[in-house]
Design a protein around this ligand. Structure first.
Ligand code: ADP
Length: 439
């Protein structure tokens, strides 16, 4: 129980630490990456626009001249190769007349020219407009290009456009590599922060778990120390009862009986507390072995026969013939005592309590059913909590503390079994124990 709770808390803390670390890490990386990319992009666009302006100033005259050429001259021009090849350059330009003739230009990759021109067709760039294009180069991959341009007009008449391009493939490749490295780094650091988070959560749990342990040890020690004076009180009361009861006044007899009841109740409570505190510390010894369930059922009947008759309740224990169970005999007996005690305590006059056992599906099933007050649905989950009582007043009258079912639940859990309650208010309850049977 304790370990589970601490493990769960450690995991929760670890997830919290890790998520926080990852959020910081990822935000840092994203902000760095995107501001870098946007700076580089801005710079590239500005350069591209400046280039377009430069080429415009240098070549708008060509378009004006072209406009005055005769069609024969134009044809001659058209037949000449006017594009200069500059393999090592980073930039290029085309001066294209309105009839689609390239009248001047230079280029770095002649093999993509037609592809590029196709993409430029019908694009009349606005002032400072920049476009990014990607063209495929056969066997070489891709070419990333930033394009800008300016159209030339004379007396409102469109003469042509000057396009200027910059090859940004290298920068794009660097940014892509950077992104790849950042993703890998994010993955590595996320894993590292998960490990670190778990470790840090573990460190944070140490003082809490020590404090928890000290507190449990205190409860266990205190309950243990209280047992001796309580049993001395109990035996002293028995001695007084044997020797002096007849000499006591009727009032003193009542006080004496109350005192005996209270001491008995306190011994029970202290014993229960000790069991719980030890179970929390994993110090409660569990000795599992085969034992006769038949004997336990007989003991159960003997113990509760008188009590149930006194309360006008019919106790029907179906004693199985030679049925064995596997587990800690003392604990299983305690478990059944708790359930039968409750079934009698929370019953109604003339009610019944039945106890039966059966083996099915490799499980031992024991049912303790009563026709008592029942448990309202919204309380059914909580009755296994420590000190939880449905009806505080009634329970206190019965001398109960709300610990019984939490001990029962613990006993079933250490046997890797299940304790299930089905109940209807006013009709009764059935507590079913399922215990695994080893092969
Ligand atoms: P208690 O010492 O109060 O009996 P338990 O842990 O055994 O403590 O039970 C917790 C509460 O569950 C009880 O106070 C009672 O309200 C309810 N309860 C337990 N068993 C039954 C039952 N057979 N019928 C009705 N209510 C029950």
């Amino acid at each position: 129980m304790k370990n589970k709770l601490f493990n769960l808390t450690q995991w929760r803390l670890a997830i919290l630490f890790t998520s926080l670390l990852i959020i910081f890490l990822v935000s840092f990386i994203l902000i760095t990456y995107f501001s870098l990319v946007s700076n580089v992009r801005n710079e590239q666009e500005n350069r591209s626009i400046a280039l377009a302006h430069e080429e415009f100033e240098d070549h708008r005259k060509d378009l004006l001249e072209w406009n005055f050429k005769k069609s024969k001259e134009r044809r001659e021009w058209h037949d000449r190769e006017e594009i200069e090849y500059k393999p090592n350059a980073k930039t290029f330009y085309f001066v294209i007349s309105r009839d689609g003739t390239i009248i001047d230009g230079d280029e770095t990759h002649p093999e993509v020219r037609s592809d590029l021109l196709e993409k430029l067709k019908n694009w009349y760039p606005e002032e400072n407009e920049v476009r990014k294009l990607t063209v495929e180069i056969e066997d070489e991959g891709k070419l990333d290009i930033l394009l800008s341009g300016k159209s030339v007009y004379e007396h409102g008449q469109y003469l042509g456009t000057i396009y200027a391009g910059t090859n940004i493939s290298e920068e794009t490749a660097i940014i892509r590599t950077l992104l790849f490295i950042l993703i890998i780094l994010t993955i590595i650091f996320s894993i590292a922060s998960a490990v670190l988070g778990y470790w840090m959560a573990g460190r944070a749990m140490v003082p809490i778990s020590n404090a928890f342990r000290k507190q449990k040890e205190f409860t266990a020690d205190a309950s243990h120390e209280l047992r001796t004076p309580l049993s001395i009180m109990q035996s002293s009361l028995e001695v007084i009862e044997a020797e002096d009861r007849q000499n006591l006044s009727p009032f003193s007899v009542t006080v004496f009986d109350d005192l005996k009841d209270e001491v008995k109740r306190m011994s029970h409570l202290v014993n229960d507390l000790l069991v719980l505190a030890r179970s929390d510390l994993d110090k409660q010894e569990i000795k599992k072995q085969w034992f006769s369930l038949t004997n336990v059922f007989e003991k159960l009947q003997r113990k509760f026969q008188y009590e149930s008759e006194k309360q006008n309740i019919q106790l029907a224990v179906t004693i199985p013939t030679e049925l064995d169970a596997y587990g800690d005999e003392e604990k299983i007996t305690q478990l059944l005592f708790i359930l039968v005690d409750n079934a009698i305590k929370y019953n109604v006059p003339n009610g019944t309590v039945t106890v039966s056992a059966q083996v099915a599906n490799n499980q031992l099933r024991i049912d303790v059913a009563d026709t008592g007050v029942g448990i309202p649905a919204d309380h059914q989950k909580r009755i296994f909590d420590r000190f939880y009582r449905v009806d505080q007043a009634r329970s206190r009258d019965q001398g109960s503390s709300g610990i019984g079912l939490s001990i029962a639940d613990w006993i079933v859990k250490v046997h890797k079994g299940k304790l299930v309650v089905t109940s209807e208010e006013g009709k009764g309850s059935t507590f079913s124990i399922f215990l695994p049977i080893p092969k």
